[in-house]
Design a protein. Sequence first.
Length: 73
Amino acid sequence: MVWLVVLGTIVPFFLLISALRHLPATRVGITSMLEPVGASIVAWLLLGETFGTLQIVGGSIVLAAILLSQTSR
């Protein structure tokens, strides 16, 4: 349970706050949307999680939106 709290909450929050010191808030906010997709990939690799078509399409849409918003400037 301690690992879940530390790696799932404290570390991401610390990284978000640290990133705000070096990058604009809009870029940090957009990039932080990678966290759910990254967590899904880790669950697939380490825990053997399976995903349906809808989850894969949703993750692809999130990745495409992040890429589009980051390259639109």
